[in-house]
Write a protein that binds this ligand. Structure first.
Ligand code: BF8
Ligand code: SF4
Length: 647
């Protein structure tokens, strides 16, 4: 396959060609080697949950229709999906737990390498949980907040305080009626493992109920805690300029790529990297300075808060090493391909793992400890500087960097969308009610070599903004949009319908708002809750003219995210279908019937433009139901029509 067929990103194409010339394999080739991929796995109808199996159900209705224990396709596929949700929720929530431990350390110690950077956010979050903030010291408030959030993980009674503190009341009532209110974060993950054990749950609807409960413990629990505490500890993001793509690597500087998800180490690495002693050491070794760049969601965390450039998204991790300019690839957890290890051995690049949860054969392990954060960050940077002199291969950095604005949050969207004097969601709601904005969409998630890299994100987003749908984005999707220039305010003129264009131009914002990493999908939940609370667009998230999508998803975290959006009332489209298609009743339930219960449902559509149209159709149907779809006062022209008019 030609590089052009694998990625729409020019820098990636260049590196793919370089890789082919060098005869080094990558994820795209390994996908080809896997063909044909197992049909039973794709359809979700194989089970190895006990040693009577593995069992599989014949999708053509000729062979066995149940496993040895009698589990049918719907049971098996539902159990498999639940285990994906458990893994996804666990990954997000364990990230949240680590941040909560760092927060606790700050609260309890007299001096440590972290501090409370955003006291206003601390007070706002504490108030949410009913903690008294009047006349109390920051330490006292933080101590109470630390106790509350710590208790969320292993709580043995009652329900999740975070969901109760943040979700709209009507939504909470519905969850209570349906019996899906999350109880505690760890408990919901454990209960999935129990209910999917051989010989426990087999009613697919009841199984999905537990999947819903667990995903809610992720979105309105673990992920939300990760976001809120990160803002408190590392500072709330503000709109900030950034550069994106492999061109941000600098031949003359020591290049350290931080890759993974958690901000605890990377935030300190960023701070320490500008210490004069380290800069002096870098000079001694012949480097012009120290350049930090990011890949995957670690990148998003430090981009949002410090404007640190993004080297690339998920499918660019191998391509970055191919530049020969990466002195250290520093990884924490999640989305790190084990393939990096052998690839780094072809170059001088040192792969350094830092988490006891994520060790990789062949990598150097420098274990990160929050209580020695600065010391360890210095050690890692020194290792990178020393390695600068070991560069051996020709350096090939594509000269491609795009610019944009990131750093939008639930709180600062007030300003971004309302102007500096109107601290409210009113302007946003009014824009939707008037029809200048048709609605909003979240386009989030991964890359997957099964789809052309970045293509689905970009085509979907273009179709949405052309039709006056404001897009918010996180994760690798946000990076795709940034690299494609869709996070420049000027993108509005080029790609947007008239209504959205006018709004972007008046406010100076891009039509795609970067709201952070994948745990920051919780920001999208709280934005939706704020729109509901502002009024005029119904009583619940399920009334809003909004939709969600993960057009290039691959990770189990995406399944948990999709499920909690559906369970929060959002129509959610994924590109690659969930592995449930071999289970007819389950598929119908997830893509249709579940909407009657939760107000949201799943859809599977690989074609990004068709998927965007499904979202727009849904948004228009919600507008109809709200009674705000009065006659459009102006026609919206797409690019082709505009060009035709100009002739
Ligand atoms: O958590 S979008 S490939 S990097 S899983 Fe991974 Fe997917 Fe990227 Fe962030 Ni999210
Ligand atoms: Fe087979 Fe049932 Fe065991 Fe699964 S749990 S492997 S379907 S016997």
């Amino acid at each position: 396959m030609e590089p052009k067929e694998r990625s729409i990103d020019k820098a990636s194409q260049e590196m793919l060609k370089h890789m082919a010339d060098a005869g080094i394999e990558n994820a795209w080739e390994r996908l080809e080697q896997q063909q044909p991929q197992c049909g039973f796995g794709k359809l979700g109808i194989c089970c190895r949950n006990c040693s009577m199996g593995p069992c599989r159900v014949d999708p053509f209705g000729e062979g066995p229709q149940t496993g040895i224990c009698g589990a049918d396709a719907d049971t098996i596929a539902a159990r498999n999906m639940l285990r994906m949700i458990a893994a996804g929720a666990a990954a997000h929530s364990d990230h949240g737990r680590d941040i909560a431990h760092t927060f606790k350390m700050v609260v309890e110690s007299e001096s440590c390498d972290y501090m409370i950077k955003d006291e206003n956010k601390l007070k706002a979050v504490a108030t949410r949980y009913g903690i008294n903030t009047k006349g109390r010291s920051i330490k006292e408030i933080a101590k109470d907040l630390s106790d509350v959030v710590m208790n969320e993980f292993g709580r043995q009674d009652g329900a999740l305080a975070t969901a109760a503190a943040y979700a709209p009341k009507t939504r909470q009532k519905l969850w209570n009626q349906l019996g899906v209110t999350p109880r505690s974060i760890d408990r919901e993950v454990v209960e999935i493992m129990h209910t999917t054990h051989m010989g426990v749950g087999s009613d697919y609807k009841n199984l999905i109920k537990q999947g819903v409960r667990c995903s809610l413990a992720d979105g309105w629990g673990g992920s939300l805690i990760a976001t809120e505490l990160s803002d408190i500890l590392f500072g709330s993001p503000q709109p900030i300029r950034f550069g994106a793509n492999l061109g941000v690597l600098d031949k003359k500087k020591v290049n350290i790529i931080v890759h993974g998800h958690e901000p605890t180490l990377s935030d300190i690495v960023v701070a320490v990297s500008q210490e004069s002693e380290l800069l002096k050491f870098a000079k001694e070794k012949g480097a012009d300075g120290i350049n930090i760049a990011g890949i995957c969601c670690t990148a998003n965390e430090i981009l949002m808060r410090h404007g640190i450039p993004v080297a690339g998204n998920f499918l660019q991790q191998e391509l970055a090493i191919m530049t020969g300019a990466v002195d250290v690839m520093l990884v924490d957890v999640q989305c790190i391909m084990p393939a990096l290890s052998s690839l780094c051995s072809c170059f001088h690049t040192k792969l350094i793992t830092t988490s006891p949860k994520c060790k990789i054969v062949g990598a150097e392990h420098i274990e990160f400890r929050e209580d020695k954060a600065v010391q360890i960050a210095r050690q890692i940077i020194k290792t990178a500087i020393e390695n600068f002199t070991n560069r051996k291969s020709e350096i090939k950095i594509p000269k491609i960097t795009e610019r944009g604005i990131a750093g939008f949050t639930t709180e600062n969207i007030y300003y971004a969308l309302g102007g500096s004097f109107r601290r409210s969601y009113r302007p946003l709601n009014d824009a939707i009610i008037s029809g200048r904005l048709r609605g909003a969409a979240g386009v989030v998630g991964c890359n997957n070599p099964k789809q052309m890299h970045d293509y689905c994100h970009i085509e979907m987003i273009k179709e949405l903004i052309k039709n006056d749908v404001l897009v918010v984005s996180t994760g690798c999707g946000a990076m795709a949009a940034g690299k494609a220039g869709l996070m420049r305010p000027e993108a509005a003129e080029k790609y947007c319908g008239q209504g959205l264009r006018e709004i972007c131009e008046t406010l100076g914002i891009p039509p795609v708002l970067h709201v952070g990493s994948c745990v920051d999908n919780s920001r999208i939940l709280t934005i939706l809750a704020n729109i509901v609370a502002e009024g005029g667009l119904g009583d619940d998230i399920s009334d809003l003219p909004v939709a969600g999508a993960a057009p290039e998803w691959m990770s189990e975290k995406a399944v948990s995210i999709g499920m909690y959006f559906v369970a929060s009332g959002v129509f959610t489209v994924v590109g690659e279908p969930l592995p449930v298609l071999g289970a007819e009743k389950l598929t119908k339930y997830l893509t249709d019937e579940i909407e009657k219960e939760l107000g949201g449902k799943w859809a599977f559509e690989k074609d990004p433009v068709k998927a965007a149209r499904l979202m727009i159709k849904h948004i228009e149907a919600k507008r109809d139901a709200l009674g705000i779809n009065t006659k459009k006062d102006r026609k919206l022209y797409d690019m082709e029509e505009r060009r035709a008019l100009a002739i």
